[in-house]
Unconditional design. Sequence first.
Length: 345
Amino acid sequence: MKNQFGEFNFIYTGIQKRRRRWLLVTSLLTILAIILCISMLLLGNTIYPIQEVIRVLLGEQIQGVSFAVNIIRLPRMLAGLFTGFAFGIAGYIFQTILRNPLANPNVLGITSGSSAAAVLCITVFHTSNTVVSIASIIAGLVTVVSMYFLSRGQSFSIGRLILVGIGLQAMLDALISYLLYISAQQDIPAALRWLSGSLNGTKMDDLPPLVIVIFIFIPIILLLGKHLNMLELGEQMASSLGVVTNKTRILLIISSVFLIALATSVTGPIAFVSFLAGPIANRLVGVGFSNILPAGLVGANLVLAADLIGQFAFEYRFPVGVITGILGAPYLIFLLMRMNQKGEL
């Protein structure tokens, strides 16, 4: 009896420690995101006092400050916050479902599908941002459905799905190159700027669809968080624990596709955020709890910090996607070398 009580006490203590660590890390990530958001509102060609920025945000009109904050800095900051959050969570979902750190929307071709649709709308049809958003969602969903049917066999295979996704990505990237090749000269700079992943020129009118999708699908994803952890244990184990694996997987993937498609339509495909957010969150928090929220916060912090670095750390200003690409490429090489050493490739 004493042994059983001691074992129970040990397990309970471990759960409490992991819960405290989760709360601490999530709180620190939230505080860091707030600091970065404030920095993006204060910093620019002119550094405004925080008192003036607060007055402008409360509705007061101050010459020069109101335009800079409300028209330029606030939309840029909100776009970085929400898209980073969406990219981070979507990447974590795919990596967890497929139990592979390489299985993120960038590698699987989902981002390329949304990007191809957006480039088509920008360079060929010259549509509004609303149409670009709708086209990105449809293209992302079509990419996922195509990937599922092309990889379908007698049973669900993670390796087959990833290989099909890589193939679709190559095909869609070729389509994007072709669209740029046949585009009018005046349309190419806008498309290239969008493809690099940038917060430049973001307007408040671009954000409502993304915010609505986040508030609809994030609660669904959080409610399925425990089932997601069980899916990570494998198909048979999750089924034995009462998880309806196919239904859960479909709901999570559809939710993630909506997040990634809308985020891509606002800022373009910001490189490596969905790839880095999950592993960083897992390293910071550890295992035992759902890291969906920490992954989203890591993604938001990555985008906000990378945008500040791109604006102020160099002589020339770089889009946020260039900075995240510089950060993510070494990690990808390290991960490939590590997986190769373990015989996972």
